[in-house]
Design a protein around this ligand. Sequence first.
Ligand SMILES: [Zn+2]
Length: 147
Amino acid sequence: MTAGVANVQGPARQPGSAAGPGLPLPRWRGLLEAQWQARLREVTELALAYHDTAERAPGGPGRDAAPQLRRLMQRAVAARRALADTEEALRRVSAGRYGQCEQCSAAIPPGRLTLTPEARYCPRCAPDPGGQVTPGPGGIPAGRRPR
Ligand SMILES: [Zn+2]
């Protein structure tokens, strides 16, 4: 059952426990479920805001409200994508593949999973886990810290 993965500079690796993420799977599942709920709420709120803005626009949508609607739509699309990513990650938990790179099957470092629980690739296959995290000075991703 061990995935025979070369250790990627993890000094605090516990022998005996299955190769994979540093936290037990139920912890990741709980974290992902919480994230899924938050994102679902975000999608809902953005959809409501969109319709609200469209309705309140004088003369209907398309003129004054257009830029705002476009922004809301972009955010809604991004939120839906994030929701789908989280769903995918939950599916990987169920399938027992969570924490494995989809490209090369290497273990994704727990640090990356902590920052981006829905990460699908190891740092070698995708330097940018979420597709939008910009590493700040010192390599710390800006803006997306775990709470
Ligand atoms: Zn990889």
